[in-house]
Design a protein around this ligand. Structure first.
Ligand code: CP
Length: 307
């Protein structure tokens, strides 16, 4: 395991190990117990070609806690604006001694080209690839689910929102399947329905109350306007909230101890009601804290396994 691009590339043992390490960090207030200074003399570059608050910041915090140096590159302030190719930017940074690249890119398939261009000793971590993959989000979501529900086998996970454009859903689905989750239900308006060939073993419904029935976990998603090629499919905000927003009324369909998750950023009053986002079932801020632990665990394992 040299890179982390897709959760489907991992096996159950590796995911369990990542979750165990992350949970241990969380139990110690995100101190890197057992992995102190594992990234000493290593440098990590955050290259984000799409906006981010959570992923970029938590990678920076996680790698510094493990002893790494960190640099952050924004596309609009980089020489990419002068016509440099992405690969040339990466090779340039590699020549400066970068060991870990954490990259978010809006283009599908770009990671394969990067993987083929970098040195053998360089690590590549996807921080989000188009609508295809967001593996570290998937892992922090698994950490959050396991720490609240203890195991995956008997739980029902309902994912509600713009499924068709959601890399969060793709990665969480891959992780839940590997961990043998009980039931995965995808809920969306027909306009945002997924290609169910990608989600073998999951169920789809456009009936929100039916999809939420007896759920142990609900993951709510933002409508990803930036990924819609055909803007005509964009549903009017009030109609979306009325028909698919997660409200206190709607979560009454779920189990009493349901946990409500959202990868962020949230659009309050569009996909989620304030009272739900800030309510007793919400673990949304827990997800952010867990993001540091999950990313520390991933970096620790990549370093450990590369000898
Ligand atoms: N969940 C997530 O990827 O958030 P950011 O876009 O803020 O990184």
């Amino acid at each position: 395991m040299k890179h982390l691009l897709y959760l489907k590339d991992l096996d159950q043992e590796t995911i369990s190990q990542i979750l165990d390490i992350a949970e241990n960090f969380l139990n110690h207030n995100n101190k890197p117990i057992g992995y102190e200074n594992v990234l000493e003399n290593r440098t990590l570059a955050n290259l984000f070609f799409e906006p981010s608050t959570r992923t970029r910041s938590t990678f920076e915090i996680a790698s510094k806690k493990l002893g790494a140096d960190v640099i952050n590159i924004d596309e609009e302030h980089s020489s990419r604006t002068k016509g440099e190719t992405l690969i040339d930017t990466i090779k340039t940074l590699e020549a400066m001694g970068i060991n870990y690249f954490v990259i978010r890119n809006r283009k599908e398939g770009v990671f394969e080209d990067i993987k083929n261009a970098i040195e053998d000793s360089t690590h590549l971590i996807s921080a989000g690839e188009s609508h295809i993959s967001h593996p570290t989000q998937g892992l922090l979501d698994l950490v959050t689910i396991r720490s609240n529900k203890k195991d995956f086998n008997n739980i029902k996970v309902s994912i509600l929102g713009d499924i068709s454009h959601s890399r969060v859903t793709r990665s969480l689905y891959e992780g839940l399947r590997i961990m043998n989750a009980g039931k995965i239900i995808l809920i969306s308006p027909k306009e945002y329905s997924p290609d169910m060939k990608i989600f073998e073993g999951a169920e789809y419904t456009d009936d929100v109350n039916k999809g939420l029935k007896d759920a142990d976990v609900v993951v709510t998603l933002r409508v990803q306007k930036e990924r819609m090629r055909n803007k005509q499919v964009l549903l009017e905000t009030e109609k979306y909230y009325r028909e698919y927003g997660l409200t206190t009324e709607r979560i009454k369909n779920c189990k009493k101890d349901v946990i409500v998750m959202h990868p962020g950023p949230m659009n309050r009053g569009v996909e989620i009601q304030n009272e739900v986002a800030d309510g007793p079932n919400s673990v949304i801020t827990q997800q952010v804290t867990n993001g540091i632990a999950a990313r520390m665990a991933i970096l620790s394992i990549l370093e450990e396994r590369s000898g």
